[in-house]
Design a protein around this ligand. Structure first.
Ligand SMILES: [Zn+2]
Length: 430
């Protein structure tokens, strides 16, 4: 007997763009009516922008006139209104969970969830898992520490909603997690791309070949890694599985996912409104900063949030039949993270793409020095094999493929950090 899969709505995911647009508008209007009178953060912000009541919101032009929200504003608001800020639509007792951002880029932001918004998170994640081909028959393994960071908590909820068998694997070291995966017959692994690579390394050290485990799908988030072809193929080969990328943020939700065609991240237009703007001028663009509005989180909403992620949006049809547009190449990088190496603009993800072509490089770090507003890059490489030769080859590949000159230095095995959560491989030096 096949278990019922809730929220599976192929008709929705393949419906014509006009229908999705109409659905978004309906949901946005209902959300605005609920939020605007009650949420101090939104009331003040929209009033300052000239909105008198939600009756003023009659067309998409009115939506695009609403001011964008930035991360700095959220941080400031929480500092001014401890503990949880003023972006709350309901009294505190209506909320059931608190999470916070990972804090990899500055002060963490706390976020409260209601029972409804938590179900919504799970629903968004079930799009992600279904997109990758996960079904109710799968056993989904979460090697995640289940702390304050929302990370894979929401993925766990999504896998529950899908009806899969979910395996929580917090509070364990990597060898134990591998042993559990084997013992419990995990078929899906959900973690950061860095951690999937680290588990491969641990497996190799213990004489266990992860490709022999029944894992058939890996789903990743938290870093651009799984969208980098060289990282993806390393994960797919090592695990003998298909590797899928997904995109989400604590402030926004799980908004992007890959389908089995693996040709970019679909943006879930049933639950989010996505725009792409030129980050400098704010005018709409095909490539630029992704701006997101979540449609299912009335308790702690976000409208026109500047994600800081650089993307390239396309509405070309996908062979999977979904009409959700796609981000080509996934998240290209954080706008703030872009490096200018001797006049050449380059994202750390592009550097990672080249480094990962060298199977001998186990782990790496990017040291960045700033000299008169220009960046100089030194790569630290943990190499299994002839270190100096590999380092020279990496330098040459950087020059040939990215047009940048970098320094590379081999460091002893096991000296660079390994990551379970978001990897932080770029280290700024003064
Ligand atoms: Zn597709």
């Amino acid at each position: 007997m096949t278990r019922e899969v809730p929220y599976f709505d192929r008709a929705l995911e393949t419906s014509p763009p006009e229908r999705l647009r109409a659905l978004q508008w309906e949901r946005f209007r209902a959300l605005a009516r609920e939020v605007f009178p009650a949420n101090r953060f939104v009331t003040e912000k929209w009033k300052a922008a000239g909105l008198r009541s939600t009756d003023d919101l009659v067309s998409w032009d009115d939506f695009f006139r609403l001011p964008c929200t930035t991360k700095a504003e959220m941080v400031e608001d929480q500092a001014a209104h401890p503990l949880f800020g003023s972006n709350l639509t309901y009294p505190l007792e209506r909320y059931i969970r608190v999470h916070q951002t990972s804090g990899t880029a500055g002060a963490p932001i706390r976020w409260l969830e209601t029972p409804e918004s938590w179900r919504w998170w799970g629903r968004c994640w079930s799009f992600v898992l279904r997109g990758a081909g996960v079904t109710a028959e799968d056993r989904v393994f979460f090697p995640f520490s289940f702390g304050l960071f929302i990370g894979f908590w929401s993925g766990f909820e999504g896998a529950c909603q899908l009806g899969a068998l979910v395996i929580p694997a917090g509070g364990q070291d990597s060898p134990t997690r591998l042993a559990w995966m084997e013992a419990l017959g995990a078929t899906v692994l959900v973690c950061t791309p860095s951690y999937a690579l680290h588990l491969l390394e641990v497996g190799r050290q213990r004489g266990l070949d992860p490709a022999k485990l029944p894992v058939r799908i890996t789903v990743h988030a938290g870093e651009p890694g799984a969208g980098i072809p060289e990282v993806r193929s390393r994960i797919e080969e090592g695990w003998g599985a298909k590797c899928y990328d997904h995109a989400g943020m604590t402030e926004v939700g799980a908004y992007g996912f890959e389908c089995v065609e693996q040709s970019g991240l679909h943006v879930n237009q049933a639950e989010f409104i996505a725009e792409v703007i030129d980050p400098a001028s704010g005018v709409p663009a095909d490539e630029g900063e992704l701006v997101l509005t979540s449609l299912g989180r009335a308790g702690s909403p976000i409208f026109r949030y500047r994600s800081g992620d650089r993307v390239r949006l396309t509405s070309e049809p996908c062979p999977c039949g979904r009409s959700f547009p796609r981000l080509r190449g996934g998240i290209l990088g954080r706008i703030d993270d872009m490096l200018i190496v001797r006049g050449v603009n380059v994202f750390p993800s592009a550097i990672e793409g080249i480094v990962r072509r060298f199977p001998a490089v186990e782990e790496f770090q990017i040291e960045v020095f700033t000299r008169s507003a220009m960046h100089e890059v030194r790569l630290l490489l943990e190499v299994d094999g002839p270190a100096d030769r590999v380092a020279r080859q990496v330098v040459e590949a950087m020059r040939a493929n990215l047009g940048i000159r970098v320094e590379a230095r081999a460091v002893p095995a096991g000296t660079l950090p390994r990551y379970e959560l978001k990897a932080k491989r770029v280290v700024k030096k003064t």
